[in-house]
Design a binder for this molecule. Structure first.
Ligand code: S3P
Length: 443
């Protein structure tokens, strides 16, 4: 792949139907849960990206049979804790926080030590959020007191009971405890700040005994009873986080309308749509249907002329957590001063995304200020038209920085040089192909 791409032209008149790649959260969850099921599970439209391929490679190392026939993936699970593997294996989670944090609970009964490593970006990310609860359940981590990869993990003799309070709104943390609970025969309770709830929905679908009591900001999750489950097939819907780039492109481009087909619109993921609609967009869900407990729809987004600034309610942060770079771009051309706050989690992603959001806007010449409580104030300029040269590099290959800046270049003009296009391989390998199909000129 090229070292960088250059964009010097805005895109025009978008009018297309688009299929984005499969949902990353659901793809990784399907693979990990299929490895614990009894029998062969099938997935259609699994996301074919590095994060998912790394998941499959880790499972193969743990003795799980994985097969692919064109667009269908097969995983043969040997039941709970049914891994069989050699001593001293090393698992590589690559760039994926979801894989790194969710594979550990699946080896939580392993008597042999396993080493978990990741790439440069993942090795900077916080693992204490899962180490803390998993230690309480009996899992050991070495070196002691270390918070980041590489880590060595040794399973518990028995998974203990736990009553855990998850305060960050991290679905990965919540899911790690839920996955570990599969290996327990005791009751596991979690009070978790609201976050994406795909795992809860999958557990219900798999008839794992789970009770979820929803309250305003926190959900209570209890798992007790017989945990084993049968293999299951899944048709992975499109990813709303990948759709977000095209929703923004349609909003920011004159005379445009885009229809994104077959997208997961789980209410815990649609913060982007709620926030942009508050800013004046008229994003619509069409043909809403339910698939195995998940809400699916086609999403229509159109050009918006009069975008307005927003004081973004923090209770939407978690449901839009992967989309803030895009939201900041829209705020740059929305009339008035937008304010976003309580976004400390953004700086804990594949790169420090809050800092990067600030830097990208600065490079674009947009007036922006950091505020206390991990916030940004953005002075929107509806007439924003870039002429300058902008270089984006050294961003730890964060796929979302690459894609968001491509959208900025195609929407606002200017001469952009954006490094590391191969970063899209982690979550959305078709991204540039779709951009070209829409008429985007890339060099
Ligand atoms: C994910 C949860 C989120 C999100 C990530 C995927 C998941 O992270 O940012 O891209 O699939 O559970 P946190 O759990 O750290 O909030």
């Amino acid at each position: 792949m090229k070292k960088f791409i250059q964009i010097g032209n805005k895109i025009e008149n978008l009018n297309k139907k688009i299929y984005v790649d499969g949902d990353k959260s659901l793809s990784i969850r399907w693979a990990l849960l299929a490895s614990q099921a009894n029998g062969v599970s099938k997935a259609f439209n699994l996301l074919k990206s590095e994060d998912v391929f790394n998941t499959l490679t880790c499972l193969k190392k743990l003795g799980i049979k994985v097969k692919r026939e064109k667009n269908i993936f097969f995983i043969k699970g040997n039941g709970l804790n049914g891994f069989s593997f050699k001593k001293n294996i090393v698992l590589n989670a690559g760039n994926s926080g979801t894989l790194g944090r969710l594979i550990i609970p699946l080896i939580s009964l392993s008597p042999n030590k396993i080493k978990l490593i990741g790439d440069k970006s993942l090795s900077k990310r916080d693992f204490s959020r899962i180490i803390e609860p998993l230690k309480k359940l009996g899992v050991s981590f070495f070196p002691k007191n270390k918070k980041r990869l590489p880590l060595i993990i040794k399973g518990a003799k028995k998974i203990q009971t736990i009553n855990y309070l998850e305060k960050k709104g991290s679905a990965q943390c919540k899911t790690a405890i839920m996955f570990a609970s599969l290996n327990s025969n005791k009751k596991v309770s979690i009070k978790a700040k609201k976050s994406r709830n795909h795992t809860e929905i999958l557990f219900k679908h798999l008839k794992i005994p789970i009770k979820v009591s929803e309250a305003k900001a926190y959900d209570k999750i209890e798992i007790s009873g017989k945990r084993d489950f049968k293999s299951f097939n899944y048709k992975i819907p499109g990813d709303i986080s990948s759709s977000a780039f095209f929703i923004a492109l349609a909003i920011l481009t004159e005379k445009s309308k885009i229809l994104l087909k077959n997208i997961n619109i789980n209410p815990s993921r649609i913060g982007i749509v709620k926030i942009l609609n508050m800013m004046g967009a008229k994003i619509k869900f069409k043909k809403i249907r339910i698939y195995k407990g998940e809400k699916i729809a086609d999403i229509e987004a159109k050009t918006v002329k009069n975008l307005k600034a927003i004081n973004c309610p923090s209770n939407l942060n978690s449901s839009a957590i992967d989309e803030f770079l895009i939201i900041f771009l829209i705020a740059s051309v929305s009339k008035g001063i937008s304010h976003f706050k309580n976004l400390s989690e953004l700086n804990k992603k594949e790169s420090k995304r809050l800092d990067w959001g600030y830097m990208i806007l600065k490079k674009m010449g947009v007036k922006v200020k950091k505020t206390k409580n991990y916030g940004l104030k953005i002075w929107g300029n509806p007439k924003l038209e870039l002429k300058r040269k902008i270089i984006i590099k050294d961003y730890l290959k964060d796929h979302r920085i690459f894609m968001a800046t491509v959208i900025a270049a195609l929407s606002f003009g200017g001469n952009w040089k954006i490094y590391d296009p191969d970063s899209i391989q982690t979550s959305f390998p078709s991204f540039l192909k779709i951009i070209k199909k829409l008429g985007g000129k890339l060099n």
